[in-house]
Design a protein around this ligand. Structure first.
Ligand SMILES: Cc1ncc(COP(=O)(O)O)c(C=O)c1O
Length: 289
């Protein structure tokens, strides 16, 4: 669950003002809701400090720019909003959701005169998957839904519309008894899970798909930096499904998922190996440092 019930006791930052949860509302007839003109960020704070906060803010602005939306605040305003909200909601470890969307001044596919609205939410949220699952590895089922090409959808934007696919893929995987979905791309190459990047380890080499039609996650980039520091050989490459089934270790990375071991993909089982454990413990130390 992404949002515990007690989050609703907190406040949100909306277009420059901090408002109680129940007052942070919007009209039903807005472009963002009907035409998916909405972008968002998912961030985590550890010990009162948001991990890579500036990078997340930069990505929010870039996601909006890709969708032709000009956020009417400066990046520093969003940085300050996140900090102020953490304080207001009295949070130490938190999940932060910053987002921007088109309002309802115009409805229709073309709506350039709509206002661009921005809000930030922040609440306590311990882990995406329960600890025992993260330790023993989650299961992934391959989805029938594929990641679209970069000229079919704005794949480098964290755009709400793209998550329609992730939700359908994850629902189908859950119904089939898996914890999450593995998504291939439009070419049949391995891409990522419904909401996190994917790594495999084979013969001591860390391998991960080239993010040319899905997000190059901030956690993914952090893991590549950690691996480089530890002299673990890295290959960013095309990964076909058969290479995945032959892997020694598999794990996911994402702000929400953090470093989550994968114990099963379809019928193939994996043990949680030493490289996954080393990268995970280094990441856990880094985010709290
Ligand atoms: C589809 C998808 N891929 C990958 C990621 C990982 O990105 P990050 O590590 O920046 O959180 C996320 C999370 O934002 C995501 O939603």
């Amino acid at each position: 669950m992404l949002m515990p019930d007690d989050a609703k006791k907190g406040s949100l930052w909306v277009n420059g003002k901090i408002l109680p949860w129940e007052d942070a509302t919007t009209h039903l007839i807005i472009h963002g809701l009907h035409y998916a003109s909405c972008v968002f960020e998912g961030e985590r704070a550890y010990n009162k400090k948001i991990f890579k906060s500036q990078q997340h803010t930069n990505r929010l602005f870039n996601s909006a720019k890709i969708l032709g939306m000009k956020i009417p605040f400066a990046p520093v305003d969003i940085e300050n909003a996140k900090t102020a909200l953490m304080e207001k909601n009295n949070l130490t470890d938190a999940y932060i959701r910053a987002f921007a969307w088109r309002g309802g001044e115009e409805m229709g596919i073309s709506a350039p005169a709509t206002s661009i609205n921005v809000a930030v939410g922040a609440w306590y949220w311990p882990a995406y998957f329960p600890k025992e699952l993260r330790d023993n590895g989650i299961s992934l089922g391959t989805s029938q839904w594929r990641k679209p090409a970069a000229n079919t959808a704005p794949t480098q934007s964290k755009a709400a519309g793209l998550y329609m696919l992730g939700t359908m893929a994850k629902h189908a995987a859950n119904e089939a008894g898996f914890h999450d979905a593995l998504m291939l791309d439009y070419r049949g190459y391995v891409a990522e899970s419904s909401g996190a990047n994917l790594f495999i380890i084979k013969d001591g080499i860390l391998k991960t798909p080239i993010p040319d039609c899905f997000l190059n996650g901030i956690t993914r980039q952090t893991i590549l930096e950690i691996a480089k520091d530890k002299n673990i050989p890295i290959e960013e490459k095309i990964i076909l499904p058969n290479e995945l089934y032959d892997a020694d270790e598999v794990f996911l990375t994402g702000t929400a998922a953090e470093i989550t071991a994968v114990g099963q993909i379809d019928e193939q089982h994996y043990t949680v190996g030493d490289v996954t454990k080393l990268l995970r413990s280094t990441y856990e130390t880094l985010v709290r440092s």
